[in-house]
Ligand binder design. Sequence first.
Ligand code: NAP
Length: 349
Amino acid sequence: MDRHLQKPENLSLSSSLPIQDSPPPPIMGGLNNDSSSSFSDKSAKIFVAGHRGLVGSAIVRKLISLGFTNLVLRTHSELDLTRQSDVEYFFSAERPVYVILAAAKVGGIHANNTYPAEFISVNLQIQTNVIDSSFRFGVKKLLFLGSSCIYPKFAPQPIPESALLTAPLEPTNEWYAIAKIAGIKMCQAYRIQYNFNAISGMPTNLYGPHDNFHPENSHVLPALMRRFHEAKTNKAKEVVVWGTGSPLREFLHVDDLADAVVFMIKNYSGLEHLNVGSGKEVTIKELAELVKEVVGFEGDLVWDSLKPDGTPRKLMDSSKLAALGWQPKVELKDGLVDTYKWYLENVTQ
Ligand SMILES: NC(=O)c1ccc[n+]([C@@H]2O[C@H](COP(=O)([O-])OP(=O)(O)OC[C@H]3O[C@@H](n4cnc5c(N)ncnc54)[C@H](OP(=O)(O)O)[C@@H]3O)[C@@H](O)[C@H]2O)c1
């Protein structure tokens, strides 16, 4: 399935690449009726960038389950996507037909605040190299992934795609958000100027196998799971959680996202990015109680209401994707059971 090619010394392809100079008119949106990009050839070569991450690994599982046999995969150490000439060499040698861009420098508020330079520069470099090489080396279709942080801090709820660039961003993650917005715009620009079939999906909060359970810099759901698990193991009497538990949040199992990625490649070739959410909101309190139940922690759950709550509500409006015919399938409780099983088998070992 995978073959790692060695790059010859001193080979640079940057300066001698074919650029299409007379592009046909751009496709300005709507359903993808082009059978040539119907994603039905199970032997078509697909490059999943970031295949060991939460998102990339789910996409690989999904593609394998659908019978795709020609996935081309590279770890970060095999191919650093920030290195333009290495990326160009990889594309010239491998010539993937489809590209799914799930590689990114990802992190929470603390990481964004500590490493703003890396968050903006690494993400801009990865996506610029991969999108540009995909176009230059004849990729049939590319899907770029961003996140809900692209939207203004005070966007209307649920957040529609049209809220993009209408007001200031949340300052704590603007470095990452600006890079992701540039990725959306780059896909649009290459579609307009070169008719390159690049689309963008903006997922809501994701969870599932291969999530980050780090004690200091994980998202709320894996952080709760880890804390309840450790409290159960240590026979603790209580777990204290910050805030009142009242903020509303949306979660999507990463297997549902992978399903949506395949759906979008098959069915969508529009200029506009698409939100990908579950459409279901839970309070942090409901989430915590569900995680407690799934983990089997029998002590008390205590809320420290003197600590800050964060944004009261964050929900994506995913009605455009729903109107195309996609729906999530994984219920939150089932998804938590699946995630805890993975955690027990992989993190606590
Ligand atoms: N997690 C979420 O809740 C969430 C929500 C919405 C959207 N998304 C989006 O989904 C995408 C993937 O996120 P994720 O949660 O799957 O992140 P992740 O688990 O951290 O995975 C990111 C992957 O990218 C790879 N990578 C990073 N820098 C690279 C480089 N320079 N060269 C090659 N590979 C590199 C990483 O490899 P190494 O680990 O080896 O560095 C890793 O495999 C991101 O665009 C993110 O915005 C995520």
